[in-house]
Structure formats: structure tokens, C-alpha cells
Design a binder for this molecule. Structure first.
Ligand code: TYD
Ligand code: MG
Length: 453
């Protein structure tokens, strides 16, 4: 096969350069050039992106058939939840996560569930067929009719896909694949991008569902370019603590469904088991109330979940007090501490402040603000919050407590789990009383602190 011409393209401005340079000759940015394939001449036989484009006609919105896409549930309910109901023909899903978190295990489980009705194929660039078979045996899945292919050459994989025509394909992992069109090593940005693009083209053209496994770098980004996230239809991330026995999967992009749904699994020696009702998973069971702990009701997609937020506030011994947040956003913590000082008169500038969301869950919604602040105040004053209390609410820079979505649902879930008190934003006050739950509605941060401690 003739090699395509290699060029270097700038990730900032898209400018091209025939050779690698430290600085982009077009825009002057440093370290932005990476290897790419020169595009073929317009109209040439190798129009690489033709398959990604639609049929090239302008039509009226109303005239387009908007049939619901047929979905194939994987049979793993928590995975289907994050996928928005199941797999879609021609859909490409990227599944990212730390090494060892369970990506290969989950996908093998999903394929074996699909195998009786669909033609499925597992392409592995990381493990030999024997290693995969051993894993299947460990998981008691060895009898399922799953085809295996241990290969890293993209051209050979595509030829084989063309011949075998599987309906669902797992590529484990995209970082191990390489295309002969590029000279750079597997795992390089250019290789990852090009391989993902070619596989996506194949999926669209043949209606094959492709699940790409992607590794995450230390910084938590998918290794390889963010463009990978643009190429594919859905991006799912494994999150959570590798040391805990729970595994969370979150959709951060989904062209076929809602994002921010969370799938929850428990790790067992027989693979990942679904946790259908995770709302009480992220609470550590204290016999007596302890200072610095506050239970928050967070909404993950369509499900409310209770999460314990823990704070530790201690005298700072360095000139610069430390602020460390695990599971919540660090910048948000700094901001909230400023609000706490300015609007509730509680200073923590000479204190180290540590915040942790129990169980390795990551909370991205601002509804956690009030719980974080009450946990901090509780630790600072060394006084526990009332027993069986739940809290939610966003805190604004003016010290106001803002309402959050689905307040009623959150309160009902907390009541179901035996919580008896709640501190919530005024606008989230329940219209009709919730049985067994005393609700304190607050407008200002200072009121919330007063009500809690
Ligand atoms: P693996 O699926 O290989 O992780 P990844 O593909 O994300 O790197 O899982 C890592 C290890 O954990 C593997 O040795 C199997 C083990 N494991 C279990 O024993 N039970 C489980 O439920 C999961 C998910 C993994
Ligand atoms: Mg793996």
C-alpha cells in the first residue's frame, strides 16, 4: 500500500507544515504541531471523510423521517442506562477509565450477553486470545459465542471486519492500534485520532456498533486528543476510586440519549454486578454523629443519590493554608470559603481545609455547595450536625441559597432512607409535607449555618 503523505498540523490554528517544528509557522504557538495525514486531492478516490457526511441534500426538518433509532439493550441494565437505552447500529461509543478499573471486564460481559442474538467480535491489542479466554472462564462466560481477534494493525482489522461483518465490535484499546498510513508509534495523538476516525467511518458505512476502549492519562483526560470525543457518538467514563469495590460509569456525551446518567456496579470475582438502587451507597455508617460530616442529596441523571461529604479543618502550619478537594471541584471550594467568610462571618484563612466525597463518587453539581459549607463549619467548630440531616442547595456569591432541580424528589428519597431533617433552599420547600421529614427552608447561607449548628 502506498503511504499517504505525512504533514504536521497545528492543534491551535489547523495550519500545516511539511516538517515538525517547535513553533507553528502559521500562528506562532509552541508545541502544537502533531503528525497528520495530508488530505487527498479533492474529488480523488480516497475521499477520507465521505462516509462521515450524510447524503448531501438540503431537506426540510419536517420531511425527515425521525424514526426512533432501534436500540439493542446490552442486557446489563446499568450500562444501558448510561447508553440511553442500548446500543445503536452505526453508533461509536468511547469507554474511558483508569487502567485496571474494569473496562475489558465490562465489555466482555456485555458481548457475551449480546452474543446469542448478535454477531459480536472482541478485538484486543492488549491481551492475547488466550488471556481473554482465561478471563471469560474466570467470569463463567467461556461458553458464549464471542469471536476473538488479537491484532493491532488497523488495516488488518478493517479487512477482517469487512469479511466477518460483525454487528457489535469492541476495540480494546484504541491506544494500541496503529495505521500504516502514519509513521508515529501506536498511542501517539495522531495514531489514536486517525484510527478512531477510520473505525468510525467503517461503523457509519456498515451500521456496525463499535465500542472503543480508551485509557485515561494521569491528569484524567483520555490519552490522545480531545478530538476523539468529537468523533465518536457517545463517551462514557469509568469513575470512582480504584480501591473501592464500586465502579461508576458516567456518560459525558451521548448523541442518542441524556448525559450525566450514572451507572453503578459492584466489583465481584465474577465480574461487574449491577447495583440497581445505589442511593445509600455513598454513606459511611457512623454510629454517632461526627463533626465534619454532612449528607447531601445529589441528583445523578434521573436518580437521586445520597452522598456523604466529609470536611476536615485544621490549623495551617505552612504560611499558605491548604485547600484540597476530592470528588468535588477544588476551585469551587476556594470560592465557597470566601462566601463563608464574607456572608456568614466564618473565617478559615489560617486553616487547612480538606473535603472528600465518600466512596470515590464525583459530584459536579452546585447543589453540593451548602453541604460542603456545613461540613466545613461543623469541622471548624468541632460540633456534629444533627443526626439524620440531609442538605442540598447552591450557594451564590452574594450569600444566597439558590434552588436546585428536582428538590421534591431528593427529599422523598432521603425520607425513604430514614432521614428526618432537611435544610433546603426556600424555593425547594415541599408544597405538601413529606411524611417523617422536617424541612427547614433557608434563603441565606447564614440562616443555614444558624439552623444546622
Ligand atoms: P480489567 O477489566 O482488565 O480492567 P481494564 O480493562 O479497565 O484495565 O480489570 C482489572 C482487574 O480487575 C482484572 O484482573 C480483573 C479484576 N476484576 C475482578 O476481579 N472483578 C471485577 O468485577 C472487575 C471489573 C475486575
Ligand atoms: Mg483492559
Amino acid at each position: 500500500m502506498a503511504k499517504d503523505k505525512t504533514v504536521y498540523s497545528c492543534s491551535a490554528c489547523g495550519g500545516l507544515s511539511p516538517k515538525w517544528q517547535g513553533q507553528c509557522p502559521s500562528c506562532g504557538e509552541w508545541n502544537t504541531l502533531s503528525e497528520a495525514i495530508a488530505e487527498s486531492k479533492p474529488g480523488g478516490s480516497g475521499n477520507r471523510f465521505a462516509a462521515l457526511a450524510a447524503d448531501g441534500q438540503v431537506r426540510q426538518l419536517a420531511d425527515v423521517d425521525a424514526e426512533e433509532l432501534p436500540r439493542t439493550p446490552t442486557g446489563i441494565a446499568e450500562l444501558d442506562r448510561v447508553l440511553g437505552g442500548g446500543l445503536v447500529p452505526g453508533g461509536v461509543v468511547l469507554i474511558g477509565g483508569d487502567p485496571g478499573i474494569g473496562k475489558s471486564t465490562l465489555l466482555l460481559q456485555a458481548l457475551t450477553r449480546l452474543a446469542p442474538e448478535r454477531k459480536v467480535l472482541y478485538v484486543s491489542g492488549e491481551e492475547s486470545a488466550q488471556q481473554i479466554a482465561l478471563r471469560a472462564k474466570r467470569l463463567d462466560l467461556a461458553d458464549a459465542p464471542v469471536s476473538l481477534f488479537a491484532e493491532i494493525g488497523l488495516e488488518r482489522i478493517l479487512t477482517m471486519l469487512d469479511r466477518e461483518k460483525p454487528q457489535v465490535v469492541v476495540i480494546d484499546s484504541i491506544q494500541t492500534m496503529y495505521t500504516e498510513a502514519l509513521t508515529s508509534a501506536p498511542g501517539s495523538v495522531a495514531q489514536v485520532r486517525e484510527c478512531a476516525a477510520q473505525l468510525t467511518r467503517f461503523a457509519k458505512r456498515h451500521g456496525t456498533t463499535i465500542l472503543l476502549v480508551g485509557h485515561v492519562t494521569k491528569e484524567g483526560a483520555l490519552a490522545g486528543p480531545r478530538v476523539l470525543e468529537h468523533i465518536v457518538d457517545a463517551v462514557l467514563y469509568f469513575e470512582g476510586d480504584t480501591h473501592s469495590s464500586f465502579r461508576l460509569i458516567r456518560a459525558i456525551k451521548n448523541r442518542f440519549g441524556a448525559v450525566n446518567e450514572l451507572g453503578v456496579f459492584a466489583m465481584t470475582d465474577k465480574g461487574l454486578k449491577e447495583v440497581a438502587n445505589p442511593s445509600a451507597l455513598f454513606l459511611s455508617q457512623h454510629k454517632e454523629p461526627v463533626p465534619g460530616s454532612c449528607v447531601l442529596v445529589t441528583q445523578e441523571g434521573s436518580r437521586p443519590m445520597l452522598v456523604e461529604v466529609q470536611a476536615l479543618v485544621d490549623d495551617a502550619h505552612a504560611p499558605q493554608a491548604r485547600r484540597l478537594a476530592v470528588g468535588v471541584e477544588q476551585n469551587r471550594l476556594a470560592l465557597l470559603l470566601a462566601v463563608l467568610h464574607r456572608h456568614a462571618g466564618i473565617a478559615a484563612f489560617d486553616q487547612d481545609v480538606f473535603i472528600n466525597a465518600v466512596g470515590g463518587v464525583r459530584i459536579s453539581e452546585p447543589a453540593a455547595d451548602l453541604a460542603m459549607l456545613l461540613a466545613i463549619v461543623s469541622s471548624l467548630k468541632d460540633r456534629p450536625l444533627p443526626h439524620k440531616l440531609v442538605v442540598f442547595g447552591e450557594v451564590g456569591l452574594a450569600g444566597e441559597v439558590r434552588p436546585v432541580q428536582r428538590g421534591q424528589e431528593r427529599l422523598r428519597e432521603a425520607a425513604k432512607l430514614g432521614f428526618t431533617h432537611a435544610i433546603v433552599p426556600k424555593a425547594n420547600r415541599p408544597r405538601s409535607p413529606i411524611e417523617g421529614m422536617t424541612v427547614t427552608a433557608v434563603e441565606r447561607l447564614a440562616d443555614a449555618v444558624g439552623a444546622a449548628l
